[in-house]
Design a protein around this ligand. Structure first.
Ligand code: G3P
Ligand code: MG
Length: 243
């Protein structure tokens, strides 16, 4: 699963990063979704645009036209636009997508339980008739619970950061019928192969993020993990195929 596209080599969350991920053999592209002021879902990681573009301001306070004027790869020779979700989905036809819906308490665009970003993203998936596998993931359980109501055909995954015990996340995921438990890699590595075995025996799939080194990738694949988000899909594919 290519984390923000092939982001080790190409500016993250851009069409070029997604195309490179597909070329490098990724099965799934992970991308982050936020809403512009005029309610268009765009692919962007941070709530504000300062650290990865040449502009300033919060995504949710910029119109799509303003977001489109930003350079998402400042300092690089080639300019890259911030893609809309619709543009990103067109670029990755043929592989799967992991839509990470950003809606985090403490961030200025947080809107649970309204879930406007999720609703708009599901609308776009339907509008463009995306026909690859889809996972909707979030650190926010309200978001993925709303996804199950809104689009029961779409798989959902619960992301957790390293301090959260993966076993507790698994209890939650099982109780709400989500498809994936997605602990950050240090937590999953601590929980070990037994965690992957146990989750899978209960019908829950396991993914983790973000792993870019060959030895760890190799160990995770030997545990039978279902998905690994990596910035370097070329490396991950070669390690997986050598197993
Ligand atoms: O897919 C998991 C990962 O993308 C979550 O963290 O901050 O890279 O979006 P972040
Ligand atoms: Mg993400």
């Amino acid at each position: 699963m290519a984390h923000r596209g092939a982001s080790a080599r190409v500016p993250e969350n851009t069409i070029a990063a997604f195309q490179a991920a597909v070329e490098e053999g990724a099965d799934v592209v992970e991308l982050d979704v936020r809403l512009t002021e005029d309610a268009i879902p765009v692919v962007f990681h941070d709530p504000d645009v300062t650290s990865t573009t040449d502009g300033t301001g919060y995504v949710h306070q910029l119109t799509l036209a303003e977001v489109k004027r930003l350079d998402a790869s400042p300092g690089e020779r080639e300019r890259h636009e911030v893609p809309t979700l619709a543009e990103a989905l067109e670029a990755i036809r043929g592989v799967g997508v992991n839509l990470e819906i950003k809606n985090l308490p403490g961030e200025p665009d947080f809107d649970s339980p309204r879930e406007a970003t999720l609703e708009a993203a599901v609308g776009i998936l339907r509008e463009v008739r995306f026909d690859g596998p889809v996972l909707v993931s979030s650190f926010n359980w309200l978001t993925i619970e709303r996804a199950r109501e809104l689009a029961p055909e779409i798989r959902t995954g619960f992301l957790t950061i390293a301090p959260i015990d993966p076993w507790a996340a698994l209890v939650y995921v099982r109780s709400r019928g989500h498809d994936f438990v997605l602990p950050q890699s240090p937590a999953l590595l601590g929980a070990g192969a037994d965690f992957v075995r146990e989750a899978r025996s209960e019908g829950v799939r396991v993914g983790t993020w973000v792993v870019d080194d060959a030895d760890t990738l190799s160990m995770l694949y030997s545990w039978g993990i279902d998905a690994v988000a990596t910035n370097d899909p070329r490396l991950a594919v070669s390690v997986r195929d050598a197993q």
